[in-house]
Design a binder for this molecule. Structure first.
Ligand code: 93A
Length: 517
């Protein structure tokens, strides 16, 4: 038997080659791999000796030779094939161990140039992988060092690799080469500054972890990272404590993080089922935490809390007093971490780059039955220039500040969404209702239940989309709301404006809506 070994990732290769030699398998190898084997005293034939052609063009041409590819593609079951090999004086190759130039690692390097990236596009490697995989009945082809042990066991036990395993290895090759090419195509698209939605959508994701189950225990699930992206999102999180994140944890935490990224000042977002339930901003993280917690002490139970400053011991102490599922922050004081670690199930994550804004060209993908709907992410908040006071009364500075706060929050509340706030603290959030007045009423009712009948007095109200009728203004007035921020654009805007004027409510239009379905 003959094996061709040509690997960039040389992990485990010496051990494998040593075993091959002991099994009497002859090794053919390319420059760098050959040197590595030679250093370890493992006999191998250099590829140039096999082909009778030197490796040239800085290694761009090493294995691209008919002696290699005929040796891989000849079907052993076809006498004509074998006869041709004999006439051409070519021998078969039975095992291929190849992994490719590190394109992914190259493009992830800071300051990488296009030339450097292009030089790391492997040509000969994928060609061998494809030749060997196509002829899977006769050739075993290993692209993943994780499979070395498996084939060794079979070779030692049965002196051959089973057809079943060869078929498995073949499938792995095409999965690998297609991902590799997609990665290259994605990189080049970005290099060209092309942000159009492509005719065929190809993106590559790598598995970070298998999950115990999906949204429900009978659903299978895994967590994938988009290859070639540095995002400051959960995929970069470092878990410091607690059980593995579940599917729902990841989904919900992602929602909270997206909202948190809208804020620069110290801010805490508490969230449940993908909707914020308490948000607070202040001059320090303790005050911000207190606002987020006090906003809704009921819903935060079993919730997720994300924080954009280092968690102090004082904050950790209070967090530890309630039942939380997940905490995410850019860092933790030593004492804070010790406090949180005393709760062994509490998932504590450190997230470097938590402040990195989302890439505005990133895609938001939604799977629908039989297809996919794709859009760029909702990266805008509003154009300040479009902010228009539409009522007789102009909002005060303070109201305006709170309106902008509430607007940031409502952007991440599922539609129909309403949020009310005061002093950079949410007072009520009405998410995911099938009409707007119910969302508003839910906001007022919950605030009243949590805080008291006057909870909404002096608050501002934000609505993710326009008011179709003036009923929300009516309800807002009764609850004690003094100012409203909403996109505007309804054919009945005038009704709502008139009602605001009647009640002395200030209202501004943003000209931009933020549906989140
Ligand atoms: O530059 S290539 O595209 N041209 C080739 O003919 C070729 N043959 C193997 N790259 C080629 N390879 C790749 O070289 C393999 O896929 C592997 O990643 C790498 C191993 O090179 P070395 O053994 O010199 O370290």
């Amino acid at each position: 038997m003959r094996a061709l070994i040509s690997v960039s990732d040389k992990t485990g290769i010496v051990e494998l080659a040593k075993e091959f030699t002991e099994l009497g398998i002859e090794i053919i190898s390319t420059g760098g791999t050959y040197n590595k084997l030679k250093e370890s005293g493992i006999p191998a034939i250099e590829i140039s000796e096999l082909t009778g052609f030197p490796e040239c063009l800085d290694g761009r041409v090493k294995t691209l030779h008919p002696i290699v590819h005929a040796g891989l593609l000849a079907m052993r079951s076809k006498p004509e094939h074998m006869k041709q090999l004999e006439d051409l004086n070519i021998e078969t190759i039975d095992i291929v161990i190849v992994n490719l130039y590190p394109f992914k690692a190259t493009i992830l390097k800071d300051g990488v140039t296009r030339d450097e990236a292009v030089e790391n596009i492997d040509i000969g490697g994928p060609t061998m992988l494809r030749s060997a995989a196509k002829n899977y009945q006769d050739v075993a082809v290993v692209v993943d060092p994780g499979d070395y042990e498996k084939i060794l066991q079979e070779l030692k036990g049965n002196k051959q690799i089973s057809l079943d395993t060869k078929f498995y290895l073949m499938q792995k090759v095409f999965m690998h080469t297609s991902n590799y090419d997609t990665m290259i195509a994605d990189y080049l698209k970005k290099e060209r500054g092309d942000h159009e939605l492509p005719e065929t959508l190809t993106m590559t994701f790598e598995k970070i972890q298998d999950m115990r189950y999906g949204e429900n225990p009978h659903q299978k699930a895994a967590f994938y990272r988009e290859i070639g992206k540095k995002t400051g999102s959960l995929t970069d999180g470092i878990q410091l404590n607690g059980k593995e994140l579940s599917f729902n944890n990841i989904n919900d935490t992602n929602g909270a993080l997206e909202l948190l990224k809208e804020f620069n000042e110290p801010t805490v977002v508490a969230c449940k089922h993908g909707n914020p339930c308490g948000v607070g901003s202040d001059e320090d993280i303790y005050k911000a935490w207190n606002k987020a917690f006090q906003a809704d002490k009921v819903s935060i139970f079993g919730g997720i809390v994300v924080v954009n400053r280092e968690v102090t011991a004082a904050v950790a102490k209070e967090m530890a007093e309630i039942f939380l599922e997940v905490i995410v922050a850019p860092g933790y004081e030593e004492e804070a971490l010790a406090i949180l670690r005393s709760k062994k199930n509490l998932r504590v994550l450190e997230l470097p780059g938590i402040e990195i804004p989302q890439d505005e060209n990133a895609y938001d993908l939604k799977k629908v039955n039989g297809g996919l709907i794709v859009q760029t992410i909702d990266s805008k908040l509003m154009d300040e220039g479009d902010l228009k006071v539409v009522t007789d009364r102009v909002p005060t500075e303070k109201e305006l500040e709170d309106m902008k706060f509430a607007w940031r929050v409502v952007k991440f509340v599922k539609s129909n969404g309403i949020a009310i706030a005061k002093d950079k603290q949410t007072v009520g959030i009405g998410p995911g209702q099938v009409n707007r007045i119910w969302a508003a009423n839910q906001c007022f009712d919950h605030a009243a239940e949590l805080i008291g009948p006057d909870a909404a007095k002096g608050c501002v109200l934000a609505s993710d989309a326009f008011f179709p009728f003036d009923d929300c203004v009516e309800a807002a007035y009764r609850a004690g709301i003094t100012a409203i921020i909403q996109p505007g654009g309804s054919i009945r805007d005038e009704d709502s404006i008139r009602k605001c004027n009647e009640y002395g409510i200030a209202m501004v239009f943003t000209g931009m809506r933020h549906f989140k379905h």
